[in-house]
Design a protein around this ligand. Structure first.
Ligand code: ATP
Ligand code: MG
Length: 466
């Protein structure tokens, strides 16, 4: 014990330097028989990180959402570790460790195994805001924040009581600073401290409240919920990249439909994404759009919950599809031919989003590819189907088309035809193409050869082939 203390002083341990005024508020020690965390759900690498830090004389715990999920019996998607070692001290203990971040300096420790590398995020206990006065703006927003503190202070800086529990894999004990275990039992999501003050410090916490309520099925505690109606507008002061990341987390949480309903109930959806305004206002004429988005999101939730991947580009393509379809139809009604009408509609739909939260470029190109493929699924003769299958993003376009069939926008026979076509040998594919040759959209579609022949006799317009 004494050597551990001396070791700390020699290392100029941050805990020794900052905790003098904050030693009160001992946590509740929750034993295994109460928290029932299954050690098999732990990441071996996260355990390795806590062990290494503890063997070097530091305190180290698994913390945050991982403990919440473990206590709920869910395997966490990632693991965070909190420690009293400074980022530099952490970095020295691991081979693959990288210091990242400016506002919150943390260490990413990477482990390479069979599948994807696993990153364990290690953060140093943070001090209370009062100890970092000069870093807080007039409106209460946190600006800069690299003052290390005690574990007790660190717990008070976290958002919800169920996110402020610390698990020590060595003793299988949970340290519970803010009654997280009791709230878990009551199925309540409760903000630590004064909720209004905490939302002013970081308005993104309002979106986190809705996301966690949807994910856990817990109810927002009345005092946690109350200030949101008044403070919701502060969300628009959050930098758009951070807001975008949070919305993406919400949509990819596996509980997106419940979370969107939660946003709507809290009055938070306005101006986040123009399409959410559009869809959730549920005017009579948008019922069809609503159905499409609901089925698309349910499909996304199901994929995520069963461990399948979902691309953000695909997801945004579905959310904006009703709007795009509307624009596409309007353009055709104006006399623009099919494909140019679709491309104009894509530009219009994307432009309409820029008044709200901008969808990032990397997703925009995915969305355009998925959308532009849609008109090509109609053509099921000649070389068209073969060319379409060869497109690099065919799978995403195909899944999207199946979704349109599932929602009733397209005849399910179209989806069935393509599913058979993909699974067939060349002779069967010929037969499939012959079976639809005389359907609308296909009779006018020439093979490349025929088109050339027609061109020789100077056909004035090729728009019929579009
Ligand atoms: P998940 O990873 O499932 O989305 P999480 O709770 O782990 O949920 P992270 O964003 O990974 O969420 O954050 C890890 C922990 O850091 C949280 O559990 C919480 O204790 C703390 N935290 C994160 N963001 C905030 C915030 N804006 N305000 C206060 N504490 C936060
Ligand atoms: Mg997390």
């Amino acid at each position: 014990m004494i050597t551990k203390f001396i070791k700390r002083i020699l290392r100029r341990d941050p805990m020794i330097r900052h905790t003098a005024a904050h030693t009160s508020g001992a946590p509740k020690r929750v034993p295994k028989k109460t928290h029932r965390i299954d050690p098999d759900l732990l990441s071996k690498n996260a355990v390795k990180v806590t062990q290494t830090l503890q063997q070097a004389g530091y305190d180290a715990f698994i913390v945050g959402g991982a403990v919440r999920d473990l206590a709920l019996g869910i395997g966490p998607k990632d693991f965070d570790v909190a420690t009293n070692a400074t980022p530099e001290q952490v970095q020295k203990l691991f081979r693959k460790a990288r210091l990242i971040g400016r506002r919150f300096q943390i260490v990413h420790v990477t482990f390479f195994g069979k599948g994807q590398p696993e990153i364990i995020e290690v953060s140093t206990f943070r001090a209370l805001l009062e100890n970092a006065g000069e870093h807080v703006a007039e409106n209460g927003r946190i600006l800069r924040d690299n003052v290390w503190g005690s574990q007790h202070e660190d717990a008070a800086r976290r958002d919800f009581s169920i996110n402020a529990m610390y698990y020590d894999p060595a003793t299988e004990t949970v340290l519970d600073y803010h009654g997280g275990m009791a709230d878990m039992q009551k199925k309540t999501l409760r903000m630590i401290g004064d909720p209004a003050k905490r939302y002013r410090e970081d308005p993104i916490r309002m979106l986190r409240a809705i996301r966690f309520a949807a994910k856990t099925g817990f109810t927002l505690d009345a005092a946690t919920r109350a200030p949101i109606a008044k403070l919701g507008k502060l969300i628009h002061d959050v930098p758009s990249a951070r807001l975008f990341d949070e919305i993406l987390k919400l949509l990819m949480s596996g509980y997106s439909w419940a979370a969107i309903q939660g946003l709507k109930d809290a009055g938070l959806h306005h101006g986040l994404l123009p399409l959410l305004d559009h869809i959730l206002d549920q005017s009579a004429d948008s019922q069809e759009a609503n159905d499409f988005v609901r089925i698309a999101l349910a499909n996304t939730d199901e994929r995520i919950q069963s461990g399948k991947s979902v691309s953000a580009g695909f997801l945004f393509a579905t959310l904006l599809w009703p709007d795009l379809l509307n624009n596409w139809k309007k353009n055709i009604a104006k006399g623009i031919s099919n494909i140019p009408a679709l491309h104009d509609a894509m530009d219009e739909t994307i432009a309409s989003q820029s008044s709200g939260m901008v969808i990032q470029r990397r997703f925009e190109s995915d969305m355009r590819e998925i959308w532009s493929m849609q008109s090509r699924f109609e053509k099921r003769v000649g070389r068209y189907p073969y060319r379409l299958i060869e497109s690099p993003r065919f799978r995403a376009g195909y899944d999207f088309m199946l979704l349109r069939c599932a929602t009733g926008e397209k005849n399910p026979a179209l989806g069935e035809w393509w599913s058979s076509f993909i699974a067939s040998d060349p002779a069967e594919q010929e037969a499939l193409m012959a079976s639809v040759k005389n359907e609308t959209g296909n009779s006018a579609a020439p093979t490349k050869k025929r088109r050339r022949r027609k061109a020789k006799v100077a056909v004035p317009s090729e728009s019929a082939a579009d």
